[in-house]
Design a protein around this ligand. Structure first.
Ligand code: MEV
Length: 348
């Protein structure tokens, strides 16, 4: 075997191993509880690079968080869908998203051909888990994936992980018309992923990180509408194609570097790129004063970099923190700067 062929075949094996690990993580998300009932997990996520740009078929980097939404399904005599929502949430989130959540549940049920209109075929959906519902964390996608897994278990559908993800994607359309698929894919598979929307199935790949990367993320407490912000970005893109082209080109160059730096676990370099991504989000007009204030507070407290994450105009920001001491300092600084809630995590 010449060197080139070897490199090609070992790259192929590597990709296979990564795909297998990805699949395993997804299967782990459907493990059973102590009482034998399935835990139907949909993970939360943090977009590290590429919110909004990802809708336009360029790569993005996303990390699932350990916290998840869980769903159980109980068949009921009374036809229709009843929802018991026990998820923790920031004030106002659940009320603001209720109509979209109901629509998303209906879309998942329809996609999986579950008819709830006959006596005895009604469903009671109970959502729980430890993921705090807040804009930016992918709470909607995690509940769509949890629901798809729960229906699969309860009705013995024998769905593949890809089919669960596809059902989650359909549900996401209840929250906004043109989801890229990044949130449901992270919610379904977990891990750190490179994700790209395509005209057909999405492309995604599990990323191996050499050293764990510690992160602080914080909520502004503001619940934003993904539908509104995504359509504002589309309107701006259509109104000024030259502005958009230059912005997306800068983003594509940035995400290429970010992928390498992320794999190497170089937190300082990653921080700088994260800062640049925040600037692009500001230029896109998807950041806001509250997010910018938290981003500046995190940087001043020693973060290697900080950015908004997710839809924006409220929701979440994240900061890259090189040491556990800095992680602690940044978390305190964010709480003092008015963050509604602060979390610490690590990407591995
Ligand atoms: C929302 O978490 C991420 C957006 O890019 C929308 C999407 O990708 O569907 C704003």
């Amino acid at each position: 075997m010449d060197q080139r062929t070897f490199e090609q075949s070992s790259a192929g094996l590597d990709a296979e191993a990564k795909a297998l690990e990805c699949e395993n993580r997804a299967l782990e998300a459907a493990l059973t509880r102590e009482d034998g009932a399935p835990v139907n997990k949909g993970y939360g996520k943090l977009i590290l690079f590429g919110e909004h740009f990802v809708v336009y078929k360029v790569p993005a980097l996303v990390a699932a968080v350990e916290a998840y939404t869980d769903c159980t399904v109980r068949m009921t005599q009374i036809p229709g869908v009843t929802v018991v929502d026990n998820r923790p949430a920031v004030p106002g989130y659940k009320t603001k998203k209720k109509a979209e959540q109901d629509e998303a549940n209906q879309l998942v049920l329809k996609h999986l051909k579950v008819d709830t209109t006959q006596p005895g075929s009604g469903v009671e959906l109970t959502f729980g888990g430890d993921l705090c519902c807040v804009s930016g964390i992918g709470a909607s996608a995690s509940s769509c994936i949890a629901l798809s897994r729960a229906l699969d278990h309860t009705l013995n559908m024998g769905l593949t992980v890809e089919q669960i993800n596809a059902a989650g994607y359909e549900g996401e359309k209840g929250y906004h018309g043109t989801p890229s698929g990044i949130d449901n894919t992270a919610a379904c598979y977990g891990g750190v992923l490179k994700f790209q929307r395509t005209a057909g199935d999405p492309m995604f790949q599990l990323k191996k990180i050499r050293k764990p990367i510690s992160i602080v993320y914080a909520s502004t407490g503001i619940t934003s509408s993904t539908t509104e912000v995504v359509s504002d970005v589309r309107a701006k893109k259509e109104a000024d194609p030259a502005w958009w082209d230059s912005l997306i080109q800068r983003y594509e160059a940035l995400v290429k570097q970010a992928e390498t730096v992320l794999e190497e676990g170089d937190t300082e370099a990653l921080g700088k790129l994260v800062d640049e991504n925040h600037t692009l989000c500001q230029e896109l007009t998807v950041s806001c004063t509250e997010l910018d204030t938290l981003v500046l507070a995190a940087r001043a407290a020693g973060a290697a970099g900080a950015k908004m994450s997710g839809t924006g105009r409220g929701g979440l920001m994240l900061a890259i923190t090189p040491t556990s001491e800095i992680q602690q300092q940044v978390a305190e600084a964010l709480a003092n700067a008015g963050a509604a809630q602060v979390w610490m995590t690590s990407l591995a």
